[in-house]
Design a protein around this ligand. Structure first.
Ligand code: ZN
Length: 138
């Protein structure tokens, strides 16, 4: 079995932002030489997440609006805001999750037509964000 790791680094430019990393994941899978297995997409951050969804501008803004509503940035309810100002982003990361796993079948990731892969920034702007892509299989 092959195991291939690839780390992608980038910056973000808003507090809440979805960054489409689909192409980076597809390139990593191609480079890995794995034809059948799985790809793990992981955000090594406590204030960001990974999600799958459609890349449509209206929907992207709908999701970001809902995340803002749900996580309440700046809320005095959040105890963590007494020592830091980003409790909302930790909560968003906890709810959405920091990773996704997708099957790799015949060299292609088995994502749906409307399923792109997004890094979910919730505590931006940040200059050092990463996505770790691990491809495993034959
Ligand atoms: Zn914090």
């Amino acid at each position: 079995m092959k195991i291939y790791h690839h780390t992608v680094r980038f910056s973000t430019n808003a507090q809440f932002q979805l960054i489409d990393v689909t192409r980076m994941v597809e390139e990593a899978v191609a480079k890995s030489g794995v034809l059948n297995g799985i790809v793990l997409i992981h955000a090594p951050h406590a204030t960001a997440a990974i999600m799958l969804n459609e890349h449509e501008e209206g929907l992207i803004n709908d999701i970001l609006d809902k995340l803002r509503d749900l996580t309440e940035p700046g809320s005095r309810r959040w105890r963590h805001n007494m020592i830091d100002d980003n409790a909302h982003a930790h909560i968003g990361s906890a709810i959405i999750g920091a990773e996704r796993i997708i099957p790799v079948i015949n060299g292609r990731i088995a994502r749906g037509t409307w399923q792109n892969i997004f890094f979910v920034e919730m505590d931006g702007p940040r200059s050092n964000r990463e996505v770790v892509i691990t491809v495993m299989g034959e």
